[in-house]
Ligand binder design. Structure first.
Ligand SMILES: [Ca+2]
Length: 144
């Protein structure tokens, strides 16, 4: 079962996804389209500053031995969009990330982080953009 809420961006509002790094330079919206990976809507994000991001936080009780995140990404245009998918252990200030270059075709990206210690963990899933002023589409995000 996924930890994430609004994982396919089908809800009318972006929440609980939020602009995070360089938040004032990031544009993020739900966009209805027949080209969604699943359902009828995607997240469309862009940034005018390096590493602008959109993220969602959750608590992993237990915690599990590892947390994985899967997502589908594509460029909103013919221009390739570079970015990364990151997982943060917020309590430890530790992250792992997977870089990607999105093209007009949907592409699967994945990231896994080992978790140590017994207390519940605050985890962040975060999409960073390295390409400026180009739209990245994100859909069907899953974290477990
Ligand atoms: Ca969707």
């Amino acid at each position: 079962m996924s930890y994430l809420r609004n994982p396919s961006f089908e809800a009318p509002d972006l929440a609980p996804w939020t602009r995070m790094n360089q938040a004032g330079s990031v544009k993020a919206k739900i966009w209805g389209t027949g080209d969604a990976r699943s359902g009828g809507a995607v997240l469309v994000m862009s940034t005018s500053q390096q590493e602008g991001s959109v993220a969602q936080d959750f608590t992993a009780a237990g915690p599990p031995a590892s947390v994985s995140c899967f997502a589908w990404v594509r460029s909103g245009s013919q221009t390739p969009v570079r970015g990364s998918l990151a997982l943060w252990d917020l309590g430890a200030g530790r992250s792992v990330s997977a870089r990607f270059t999105a093209t007009p075709e949907w592409r699967f990206v994945t990231c896994t982080m080992d978790v140590t210690g017994g207390a519940p963990k605050q985890i962040r899933v975060e999409f960073y953009l390295l390409t400026l002023n180009q739209e990245l589409w994100v859909d069907s995000v899953n974290a477990f």
